[in-house]
Design a protein around this ligand. Structure first.
Ligand code: URP
Ligand code: ZN
Ligand code: ZN
Ligand code: ZN
Length: 484
């Protein structure tokens, strides 16, 4: 059985042109004019783009004494509804737990996925076992990225010496470190001070994590990565201070990537001042939402190329779960949803406003991250031979975002009431039509794990350069006699 997408305009990261797409099985077989197939999908008036890739999600994540409510089933269903066809989750070993054992726990959860997925491995503790298992994770398990939390003191946080050791190990293995860049020591101290001063509401979460804690940690991670000779990916870049550090590093030739979230691009800190406790707590995440000046910085970074990827950090907790933090903001589970809304919100606030071109939209939602993660052009491309992960995008279709009609399993939506213009007409996951005008036809368990090989071109170039410029012993001719 073949499928043809007819009458649309293909939009990729670098081209816009009219053509049909023939899909056979999981992959794109041909692209050209006047193609025919067994099933025809009408794409007239639509843009046909690579499906979104969200490189930052936490599905059924064990965190802050609970589990995030969207799991691989509801989370990937939400992804497809919004035009995203691949997600990357974070495998989080417990302290002293084997990385491989943690991976098998993640494999048990991900079998229900509706779309393709991969994992980043988190370095949550350090020791010889972790050092050794990192090689197996890369070479046998198909994971080429390792996440480091510089925040969440007493839980996921790692120290600088551990980070430097892990970054060097990543360099040896051709892998790439990721960082959650916030100074966890300062956050812990500020949080304690705020609480003891009687500041216990959700707004104090934002006060405890000012942009400086993010800027400092981003810069520190960048310098540590540079000394380790490894590229670096900074997740959820939310402010000018962090963006500035990334921008400066890139201008110096350092291989650093920055990932703003759709939440930080479109929601601001005023959410935390809402009189309704639930409203504010539902928006508690780290880093917190910032002001308009920071948002402008992030948008400018996407347009200029100093920031490369828009993600969600989808980590959805119910109102009931959020209420664990009534009376103590440090106990509010950190995280917000966004999987279903990332593409429509970015299109509406980016493409429709002229802040992004359509091609830039494809680059930051799909193609750039496919290249960074070394899965391009299997993913992130509209090319013969690529996986048929596609979204047929109707730029005229509108809706008002509401929890009532969402796929996510939680009871609210941080974008509630926002109007979007630009939505999927069809979403295809490896050739399977999974969404038709908002109606789900995806299949639980259809998703497959996507292997990611190490030694990207950037890893290789950087290690060549680091080798060439490494410190070298000076061979001397005249050695003075000792002791004189
Ligand atoms: O608040 C957040 N971002 N929760 C998810 C975990 C993380 O830090 O990414
Ligand atoms: Zn984080
Ligand atoms: Zn509200
Ligand atoms: Zn996260």
């Amino acid at each position: 059985m073949s499928t043809v997408i007819k009458g649309g305009t293909i939009v990729t990261a670098d081209l816009t042109y009219k053509a049909d797409i023939l899909i056979e099985g999981d992959t794109i077989a041909r692209i050209g004019p006047d193609l025919s197939g067994d099933t025809v999908l009408d794409a007239s008036g639509c843009y046909v783009m690579p499906g979104g890739i969200d490189p930052h999600v936490h599905l059924e994540m064990p965190f802050m004494g609970t589990y995030s409510t969207d799991d691989f089933e509801s989370g990937t269903r939400a992804a497809l509804a919004g035009g995203t066809t691949m997600v990357v989750d974070f495998c989080l070993p417990n302290p002293d737990q084997s990385l491989l054992e943690a991976l098998s726990m993640w494999d048990n959860k991900s079998g229900r996925a509706h779309c393709d997925y991969s994992y980043h491995m988190a370095i949550t503790w350090w020791g010889e076992q972790v050092f050794d298992e990192m090689a197996t994770v890369v070479r046998e398990k198909g994971i080429n990225t390792f996440k480091h939390f510089m925040a969440y003191k007493g839980a996921l946080m790692v120290q600088d010496d551990e980070m430097f050791a892990s970054f060097q190990r990543c360099a040896e293995l051709g892998a790439m470190p990721l960082v959650h860049a916030e100074n966890g020591d300062v956050v812990a101290d500020l949080s304690a001070k705020l609480l003891s001063a009687g500041n216990s509401g959700p707004e104090a979460h934002a006060y405890s994590r000012p942009p400086q804690v993010e800027g400092e940690a981003t810069n520190r991670a960048i310098m540590i990565a540079d000394m380790a000779g490894v590229p670096l990916y900074v997740v959820h870049t939310s402010c000018e201070e962090s963006h500035e550090a990334i921008r400066r590093a890139r201008q110096q030739g350092k291989r650093v990537y920055g990932e703003p979230l759709i939440q930080h691009l479109t929601l601001d800190e005023s959410e935390y001042f809402d009189k309704d406790w639930d409203h504010a707590a539902r928006r508690v995440m780290s880093p917190p939402f910032r002001n308009k000046a920071h948002q402008d910085s992030l948008w400018a970074g996407l347009a200029s190329g100093s920031l490369q990827v828009v993600a969600t950090d989808h980590c959805a907790f119910t109102t009931q779960q959020k209420r664990t933090g009534v009376g103590d903001f440090t106990k509010i589970p950190n995280g917000t949803g966004g999987l279903e809304d990332r593409l429509p919100m970015l299109w509406t606030h980016g493409v429709n406003t002229g802040r992004l071109t359509m091609n830039e939209f494809v680059a930051v939602t799909s193609t750039n991250i496919a290249k960074i993660l070394n899965i391009y052009p299997k993913k992130g491309a509209v090319l013969a031979g690529a996986d048929a992960d596609l979204v047929v995008w109707d730029p005229e279709k509108e809706k008002t975002i509401s929890a009532k009609s969402q796929q996510s399993a939680i009871d609210y939506n941080v974008f509630e009431g926002k109007s979007v213009k630009g939505l999927p007409r069809f979403t295809l996951s490896r050739g399977r039509v999974s969404v038709t005008d908002g109606e789900m036809t995806s299949r639980e368990g259809h998703g497959r794990f996507v292997r990611r090989e190490p030694y990207t071109a950037v890893n290789k170039a950087l290690s060549t350069w680091k080798e060439l410029t490494a410190p070298r012993k000076v061979e001397r001719t005249g050695i003075p006699a000792s002791g004189v």
